[in-house]
Design a protein around this ligand. Sequence first.
Ligand SMILES: Nc1ncnc2c1ncn2[C@@H]1O[C@H](COP(=O)(O)OP(=O)(O)OP(=O)(O)O)[C@@H](O)[C@H]1O
Length: 220
Amino acid sequence: MNVLEAVDLYRFYHSGEEETLALRGVSLHVQTGEIVAVMGPSGSGKSTLLSCLAGLDEPDGGHVVLMGKRLTHKPESVRAAMRAAEIGILLQSRNLFEHLSVIENMRLQMHLARKFDRQRLDSLIDLVGLTHRRHARPSQLSGGEAARAGLAVALSTNPHVLLADEPTGEVDAETEQDIVRLFTSLRQQGGATLIVTHSDELAAQADRIVRLLDGRVING
Ligand SMILES: Nc1ncnc2c1ncn2[C@@H]1O[C@H](COP(=O)(O)OP(=O)(O)OP(=O)(O)O)[C@@H](O)[C@H]1O
């Protein structure tokens, strides 16, 4: 089953006289139990694509279908509700509120999605190896711990699809291995994952690699 599908996405940016064609007719899908890696050089449109897939940005053309329902060209409030219910998002800027502890960040995410689940909270924090750091604030975490905490927050609502932008971008080799293992265990549980990455190691674990160049898919 297609959990997430993008059909012929276009996104243009205008600044002054200049127009950038960030996406030029991108189509892709992610199915249940599948990891799809999106790769491509800097500026090829990966982050723009992820924002459109998450409903954080509206494409200028084309559409996105999430769990059989159109996500694009809907009011922001509707997109936000669909996002909270169905999507886990891990962006490069991370998804942690600085004034909340790891566990409070996870709780907040669950409450926003109206999916509070004490058991899931405990098992996820254990899964990412942060039980002993559950009460730490983001500023008190190492880079690798913060990456794992961000992942725990993204997964706290048990989303149908996880979208991750460079999840291993700033972590050491050991944490990268842990994150790779986490993604593969999610696949075993039937999760659908789309990862934007420059890491060959992470991409090697994907079922498919979608390569972007100048806003176009150059293979699928
Ligand atoms: N808000 C914006 N305004 C104007 N141009 C933008 C904006 N965001 C992105 N772009 C341009 O759109 C193109 C695609 O950018 P995008 O960030 O999606 O690429 P990327 O593949 O994610 O790059 P990177 O690997 O460096 O993060 C680039 O040419 C970028 O300069």
